[in-house]
Design a binder for this molecule. Structure first.
Ligand SMILES: *Cc1c(COP(=O)(O)O)cnc(C)c1O
Ligand code: SF4
Length: 454
């Protein structure tokens, strides 16, 4: 029988693990942007100025092409040119992120993968996939307010972001129209917002508002204050969260846009006076996005007592292996960001290459649980297509690994209903892939899964 001592001596010694276990503390602190020819003369002071970052954010295909010329392999450039034509999202990336891409091998780089589409990786959409798969618009009582859960709602005051992510769930609205998608418009418009506030006031069970979009980074500090103070005034509102990907893509704003940070801080402080929570939700996906600049930005927020939580989207080639996800989770802890959720990639048009199977999500969850404090361990969820809301990935009623169908229920959200998620075709066998393209076979796979789910 093994004794406790045997078990200890069988496991690798802690000393030997230090290289791997301490990698999260090792944040990039060099002038990494100078490796990009276009940024080689940019001083640290300039690079840390959010105005410079915004002015030089590459908006659109032409500017990105110019930047890549002579930097990326020609084969990659041609691949990206074709990719742009087919993408549902317009392209927009910050110099900060572009400088963190490994341009010797952009095809396999996790940051490139999230922002720059390439034709060679595109695969056909799953036949069960629709635009706005989460039914955000169907669950919207007024335009730009999605109310699905009893006590919380999602408020979308605007439809722009400092970057455009290829995988955006809201590709139905976010960003400018592309060759393949004409968007729903959710412009900055205090009049439209007033309708949302009235609905919230007249719905006393609502306690919690997520202000998303779009992105809080793109709201002027006055608008942040207006929205924040207005919501805090509503007696039934106890918690508000400002969502921004900004911290991950342009940490400089927190370091140099004093007005914006002060505006946000005033809302947080007013909330504190009223004993109401005001926090930031952000969106880091890969450990390479976290540098010493991120640490400085997050330190500033921490000093002001502003809590930051993180939501990650599980993506193939970005964070779909256990070690990368564990490093991300530890690195978030290192900069005082609380890892809140890891989402199964939604069924979004045109980005099948980024989705993983539910099995991959389950495997990563199993590995990550235990690498750090329980309160810093994210919950791994599937946001059930059709409006079932977020479900713990392991809680499925049934999962057929062969057909890739998982079935979830949501007793407190939509009692009695069943929700299905479909693994991407590239994770299935050749034979099953063919079956998905046959209407009768498709229906029988679905019927079978629903029957087995009980
Ligand atoms: C995710 C989401 C929320 C917030 O859910 P939490 O689990 O509390 O983070 C609220 N409304 C909608 C529609 C959502 O998608
Ligand atoms: S920042 Fe968020 S809302 Fe904006 S494009 Fe990216 S995923 Fe979509």
């Amino acid at each position: 029988m093994a004794t406790a001592n045997d078990l200890i001596s069988d496991s690798p010694s802690l000393d030997n693990q230090d290289g791997a276990t301490l990698a999260h503390r090792d944040l990039r602190d060099d002038e990494f942007w100078r490796e990009i020819p276009a940024f080689k003369d940019v001083s640290k002071e300039e690079f840390l100025d959010f105005k410079w970052q915004m002015k030089n954010s590459l908006y659109g295909e032409r500017k990105l092409m110019e930047l890549m010329d002579g930097l990326a392999p020609q084969e990659f450039i041609d691949d990206a040119r074709e990719g742009f034509k087919k993408a549902p999202m317009a392209v927009r990336v910050t110099p900060y992120l572009l400088s963190l891409i490994d341009w010797d091998d952009p095809l396999h780089d996790p940051i490139r993968t999230q922002f720059i589409p390439v034709a060679s990786r595109l695969t056909a959409d799953h036949p069960m996939l629709t635009l706005d798969s989460l039914h955000e618009q169907a669950d919207a009582p007024v335009q730009g307010l999605t109310h699905r859960y009893p006590d919380k709602a999602l408020f979308l005051p605007l439809d722009t972001c400092p970057v455009y992510c290829r995988f955006c769930t809201r590709s139905y609205a976010i960003g400018t129209d592309t060759d393949t998608v004409e968007k729903v418009k959710l412009r900055v418009n205090p009049k439209r917002w007033e309708e949302a506030y009235e609905y919230i006031e007249n719905t006393p069970r609502l306690e919690d508002i997520v202000i998303s979009g779009g992105d809080t980074y793109n709201l002027a500090f006055k608008h942040i204050e207006n929205i924040g103070m207005r919501l805090l005034e509503i007696p039934n509102i106890r918690r508000i969260r400002f969502a921004t990907k900004g911290l991950a893509v342009m940490p400089m704003k927190v370091l140099s846009d004093e007005k914006w940070l002060d505006g946000l801080t005033r809302v947080v402080e007013r909330g504190r006076e009223l004993h109401k929570q005001v926090v930031i939700h952000t969106h880091f996906n890969n450990p390479n996005e976290i540098t010493e600049i991120s640490r400085q930005a997050l330190n500033r927020l921490f000093e002001r007592g502003i809590l930051v939580r993180n939501q990650t989207v599980l993506q193939r080639g970005v964070n779909d292996d256990p070690q990368t996800m564990a490093l991300l989770v530890k690195r978030l802890g290192e900069i005082n960001v609380h890892p809140y959720y890891v989402y199964q990639h939604d069924m979004v048009q045109g980005v099948e290459d980024l989705r993983t199977s539910v099995q991959t999500n389950m495997d990563i969850e199993k590995y990550v649980r235990g690498v750090t404090a329980g309160f810093n361990t994210p919950t791994f969820v599937v946001d059930a297509p059709g409006g079932g809301g977020k479900r713990g990935v392991h809680s499925c009623e049934h999962y057929d690994r062969e057909t890739g169908i998982s079935v979830y229920t949501a007793p407190s959200v939509k009692p009695g209903q069943k929700f299905m998620y479909f693994d991407p075709l590239h994770s299935l066998s050749e034979e099953v892939r063919k079956a998905w393209h046959d209407e009768d076979a498709r229906q029988s796979m679905i019927d079978d899964a629903l029957a087995k789910a009980g």
